[in-house]
Design a protein around this ligand. Structure first.
Ligand SMILES: Cc1cc2nc3c(=O)[nH]c(=O)nc-3n(C[C@H](O)[C@H](O)[C@H](O)COP(=O)(O)OP(=O)(O)OC[C@H]3O[C@@H](n4cnc5c(N)ncnc54)[C@H](O)[C@@H]3O)c2cc1C
Length: 454
């Protein structure tokens, strides 16, 4: 089977859907007759579009954020995202959503669909795709791409379907011939949503020289070397977490820090019980842990190398160590658990007793130890909880490979890249969907505009 199209968009996540809509229409949301500009084909390995979107924001899809938090975007290209956010930002996303029929609700600076359901965003996108006459090719994984002599892209897909007679899955190869191609295949986070990194070899097949930066899990939990996981599993705390890299000369370097609610859990990893910690501030620092752990393995020239990673947890950010000590000293002779019950979770109080070797009642000496542990408890970080637990991927196509006004790949004329496939990652708070929609929309408009003279 051969399918011809003007623009082939590979990947039907927010980046690919925005690209397809931008490439196919002048005015989204109006769906005027004659509005359609180009033949656009949207390809995805999943049976439906927007699968990952359904998981976002705990099923509510946090698609934008009020303003731009400091360090909202991370990595070597954060300036590109910051500039894009300033140029388009929340207003672009809110207009885009409104144009496809989704009203937004602002909850403490975070934007969700008014329905409070991610599924409504996916339904509205699906309807916009249908109304724009964008063709879809689902259950179809792109496995190869090349350019012919005329400069058109020949894209090979493996399409799966159910054999009606024996109900077994069958796969058939099909070829797509496209004048332009937009790669919007995401990273490797939550691979069960379809983004599994399989597109990387397809892109490298078109140009071996494309620079891909190492993809690593981010916005995920961390695994700690902590023997007392049985004790603290389930403990929640409002805390400031600070990730430090410990250099060979034992000097500590602060890599990242954030505060909010954290939770300790216990997981069985390779047959062993391990202590993990998750929650928004942990997710926020996790990309730096991923990078540091990877650099420690590779020991690449010019990259910082830390012999160990340490997570410092301040369990009482609003109180000074001195205030806590004064409080504890009013409890000399009492049990520590009584003195701490109004400050930290009871499981954390027990952990402080264990770590501080505080066996008896509070005295002047162990009060100092307990106050210090509340403010400065440290854990050795041994790993991240990996792609399965992660919400985004660090690394991907180096942004210097693209013209950031169009996201066209400099080494593959006529090919564009958008969304999480690019080496940019944002904090929690709608930044990743915002960037996917913005970059997808820019790539789709640019791919369409480049066909004007054809
Ligand atoms: C649990 C969870 C919660 C999240 N919550 C939020 C949130 O609230 N706010 C926020 O901003 N971000 C959130 N994110 C991150 C956000 O979902 C992603 O950054 C965003 O979806 C990336 O969009 P994308 O279009 O670039 O890629 P994706 O959404 O990953 O889409 C890529 C698509 O490409 C397809 N594909 C991949 N390879 C191929 C191939 N070879 N052939 C054909 N198709 C292919 C995949 O099937 C997939 O549908 C969350 C992520 C997760 C996992």
């Amino acid at each position: 089977m051969e399918i011809k199209t003007d623009i082939c968009v590979i990947g039907a996540g927010p980046a690919g859907i925005a690209a397809a809509i931008a490439a196919s229409t002048e005015k989204i949301g109006t769906f005027e007759e004659g509005n359609k500009r180009r033949e656009v084909l949207l390809v995805d390995s999943n049976a439906e579009i927007g699968k990952k979107l359904l998981m976002t924001g705990n099923g509510r899809c946090n698609f934008a954020h009020d303003g731009l938090e400091e360090d909202a975007y991370r990595g070597s290209f954060k300036d590109v995202a910051d500039l894009l956010y300033e140029r388009m930002g929340s207003d672009f996303v809110l207009d885009f959503m409104r144009n496809i029929g989704v009203f937004s609700r602002n909850i403490k600076g975070y934007y969700y669909p008014a329905s409070n359901q991610a599924v409504s965003v996916v339904r509205a996108l699906d309807y916009a795709v249908f109304k724009q006459g964008i063709k879809t090719l689902l259950n179809s994984k792109v496995i190869k791409a090349k350019k012919d002599e005329a400069g058109e892209f020949i894209i090979t897909v493996l399409t799966s379907s159910n054999n009606k007679k024996n109900k077994k899955m069958i796969s058939e190869e099909a070829v797509i011939k496209a004048k332009r191609v937009i790669f919007a295949c995401g990273g490797k986070a939550a691979a069960n949503s379809g983004s599994d990194g399989s597109i990387n070899s397809v892109i490298l097949g078109l140009s071996e020289g494309i620079k891909f930066n190492k993809q690593l899990p981010a916005l995920c939990g961390l695994i700690l070397d902590e023997a007392n996981s049985d004790l603290i599993k389930g403990a929640r705390a409002f805390a400031r977490v600070s990730l430090f890299g410990i250099k060979r000369d034992a000097e500590k370097e602060l890599l990242s820090s954030d505060s909010g609610e954290i939770v300790f859990t216990e997981n069985v990893i390779s047959g062993e019980r391990k202590c993990s910690v998750s929650g928004l501030p942990v997710m926020s620092v996790s990309r730096f842990a991923s990078e540091a752990l990877f650099n420690a393995l590779k020991k690449e020239e010019g990259k910082p190398f830390y012999k160990e990673l340490e997570l410092k947890v301040d369990f009482a950010e609003d109180l000074s160590e001195k205030d806590i000590l004064i409080h504890l000293l009013t409890h000399v002779g009492d049990k520590l658990s009584i003195a701490l019950c109004g400050i930290v979770n009871d499981k954390i109080a027990e952990l402080i007793e264990l770590k501080g070797g505080i066996k008896g009642k509070i005295n002047e000496e162990n009060a100092v130890i307990a106050a210090s542990l509340i403010k400065n408890m440290t854990f050795k970080v041994i790993n991240t909880r990996g792609y399965e637990d992660s919400q985004v991927t660090t690394g991907g196509i180096d942004l210097s490979e693209t013209d950031t006004d169009s996201f066209e790949l400099k080494k593959i004329k006529g090919a564009y890249a958008a969304g999480e496939l690019l080496d940019l990652d944002g904090k929690c708070g709608g930044y990743n969907i915002t960037f996917a929609l913005e970059s997808g929309f820019i790539a789709g408009s640019a791919a369409e505009a480049s066909l004007h003279d054809n």
